[in-house]
Design a binder for this molecule. Structure first.
Ligand code: NAD
Length: 260
């Protein structure tokens, strides 16, 4: 249980990358954080790091593609910390493939994690928030690839367009309960996901390690690759009471890629 007034957040895919940065940031903002990932070891490490620094955190293993597991995640969070106030549905995967080569299995996996994962976390969190009766904040991971279709990442782009649709639709459905739903849309963030994209693009473009990333980075107006902390600081705002009047938005935080 947390002290009265302490807000509680769940962050999925928080064992590394953007999710880990969000978990650390929300903990330093004073929230108690349930660090969730499909990888038990990394989730536990991030939670331990937070508690070592005096923050409040626990960890769980959750495959967000599994609806029952997402329900269990929210139930465990309420059991450990007493409530849930913020759900950050961050977990996601990418896969580099030409659309003509995408298999039914590829599509199924992409949609079940990137779209199903957001929907199941959103459902579980909203049910709990409605029962608690004091509103809440749901924050989803979309992408600049949810605003424009990227070649070689077509089915990934489709999944992120879908996250924007879920964000808008659920914002309308949940507004009567004072639950806001927004999405963050990062650009090119230096994480394991981008290393994998760089490698995948290399297979198609004939580029070596780091070259595809370097090419794409030229599109960034601000001139540097984004850090996970750049994303986390915006999610910190979305999770805060300062964002109480904002809902249904999918905001690009991309260093100006779309302007270039
Ligand atoms: P990452 O691959 O570095 O980390 C993703 C984390 O999610 C990992 O810890 C992984 O174990 C976990 N995960 C994977 N499948 C899961 C599942 N089924 N259930 C629970 N956890 C699972 O990725 P990242 O770069 O930190 O990306 C985080 C989010 O931000 C993703 O939704 C991604 O699509 C989005 N995003 C990333 C970028 C980028 O450039 N890295 C850009 C735009 C959007």
């Amino acid at each position: 249980m947390t002290a009265a007034g302490t807000r509680v957040a769940v962050v999925t895919g928080a064992g590394r990358g953007i999710g880990a940065a969000i978990a650390r940031r929300l903990a330093s903002d004073g929230l108690a954080v349930m660090v969730s990932d499909i990888d038990a070891t990394t989730a536990a490490e991030v939670a331990q790091e937070i508690t070592d620094k005096g923050g409040q955190a626990a960890s769980t293993v959750t495959d967000v593609a599994d609806r029952d597991a997402c329900q269990a995640l929210v139930a465990a969070t309420r059991e450990v910390f007493g409530s849930i106030d913020v759900m950050v549905a961050n977990a996601g995967i990418a896969q580099v493939k030409k659309l003509l080569e995408v298999s039914p299995e590829d599509l199924q996996r992409m949609l079940s994690i990137n779209v199903g994962g957001v929907l199941w976390c959103l459902q579980a969190a909203a049910e709990a928030m409605i029962e608690q009766g004091h509103g809440g904040k749901i924050i989803n991971a979309a992408s600049i690839a949810g605003h424009q279709g990227f070649d070689h990442l077509g089915h990934y782009s489709a999944s992120k367009f879908a996250v924007r649709a879920l964000t808008q639709a659920s914002a309308k459905e949940l507004a009567p309960h004072q639950i806001t739903v927004n999405a963050y849309c990062p650009g090119i963030v230096g994480t394991t996901m981008w290393d994998e994209i760089d490698e995948g693009l290399g297979g198609y473009l004939g580029t070596g390690k780091g070259e595809a990333l370097a090419q794409y980075s030229q599109l960034i107006a601000l001139g540097r690759v984004q850090t996970p902390e750049d994303v986390a600081s915006f999610v910190s705002y979305l999770a805060s009471r300062d964002a109480d009047y904002m809902t249904g938005q999918a905001v690009m935080i991309d260093g100006g890629i779309v302007m270039v």
